[in-house]
Design a protein. Structure first.
Length: 131
């Protein structure tokens, strides 16, 4: 997960194209030091968020779905128009992908109405997939 987050962060940093060496160094530092995903069982502490909207979406999903892993990112550059969600939850057990994503859509109905788009990956918690 760390490697994937680092690669995605590096791609975002490259797309930003800073104009000075100082801004390039700051972008690289931000791309490698920010963590986006925190397993719910591991820690009750919240990860760092770029915006209050990211935090609100994270908290809404955490309270409704009790996920074992949750990742929320504003991929629109901070304007709140596009989000990427990666969710593992025991509530997804026995559901197909469409049912899982409908459940998430139901939880975030008011928020999604304000967004341009959302990229969503859902799956049941690993311990429950085999059960």
């Amino acid at each position: 997960m760390f490697l994937r987050s680092t690669v995605l962060a590096a791609r975002r940093a490259a797309a930003a194209r800073p104009t000075t060496l100082r801004s390039l160094q700051a972008t690289q530092l931000a791309a490698t030091s920010r963590t986006f995903s925190t397993p719910a069982a591991e820690s009750a502490a919240l990860p760092e968020f770029d915006t209050d909207a990211e935090r609100a979406v994270y908290l809404k999903l955490r309270s409704a779905l009790a996920p074992t892993a949750l990742e929320v990112r504003d991929v629109s550059g901070g304007c709140g128009a596009m989000y990427e969600l990666n969710i593992e939850s025991p509530q997804f057990a026995g559901m197909n992908k469409v049912q899982q994503q409908r459940l998430v859509n139901q939880v975030l109905k008011e928020d999604i109405a304000k967004w341009h788009g959302v990229r969503m990956t859902t799956k049941p918690s690993p311990a429950l997939q085999d059960a």
